[in-house]
Design a protein around this ligand. Structure first.
Ligand code: IMP
Length: 206
């Protein structure tokens, strides 16, 4: 990349919550993060057939990089609940059905945990981020965020299971009650993105 030129990276996602967090955390100098829609093109519908977050992140990043001829960045993430043996895990977005909404997934989670006491409601979010270059070079990083599942939804921020997730780092507040920068500072995705920066040997953003 020569001086003054920006490095365009396509983000393999249509999830607005995820995109906002990725864009807020990735202020790499000289890098431009775009979506297919920003380019006036259709997003890809990549089937997430992998058994792990890494497999699925790779599937998405490889598909986007190949289709658009650009470096591609993908996040695959989800919630692991100990009392449910790690479910919903890689099926987090489809927990209550293939076309489930966040509200439906949250309702199912509350139902499944109805008989589980406070101390046994431990859980964590996990995120794996993959960057694939058009020449096939892969860089990946992961992060997790420990917490507990509450008994009721609280807060309007974030997305997905945020209104039910009580991070250990923010006692008394759900992830949906945190500002975007606060969430990025403690979240699985924020941690993965900071590790990706290190792996790419880019300077810290603080
Ligand atoms: P993916 O798009 O296949 O990676 O699915 C991620 C799913 O995991 C989302 O649809 C949410 O249900 C859940 N999830 C992942 N990260 C978060 C988060 O930061 N907050 C709340 N839910 C999340």
């Amino acid at each position: 990349m020569s001086a003054g030129e920006s490095r365009r990276v396509i983000v393999a996602s249509t999830n607005h919550g995820k995109l906002a967090e990725i864009r807020s955390a990735l202020d790499f100098d000289g890098w431009e993060f775009v979506t297919a829609v920003d380019l006036g093109l259709d997003s890809l519908d990549v089937e997430e057939t992998g058994d792990t977050f890494l497999d699925n992140a790779l599937l998405k990043a490889l598909a986007y990089s190949e289709a658009f001829g650009l470096p591609a960045l993908a996040d695959d993430s989800g919630l692991e609940v100990d009392a449910l043996d790690g479910a919903p895990g890689v099926r987090s977005s489809r927990y209550s059905g293939e076309t489930a909404t966040d509200a439906e997934n949250n309702a199912k989670l509350l139902e499944e945990l109805a008989a589980v006491a406070h101390d046994a409601r431990t859980a964590r979010f996990r995120s794996v981020i993959v960057l694939v270059e058009p020449d096939g070079t892969v860089t990946s990083a992961s992060g997790h965020c420990e917490g507990r599942i509450g008994n009721e939804r609280r807060g309007e921020g974030g997305f997905g299971y945020d209104p039910l997730f009580l991070p250990a780092a923010t006692p008394g507040r759900t992830m949906a009650e945190l500002a975007l920068t606060e969430k990025n500072a403690i979240s699985h995705r924020g941690a993965a993105l900071r590790r990706l920066r290190k792996a790419l040997e880019l300077p810290d953003c603080g």
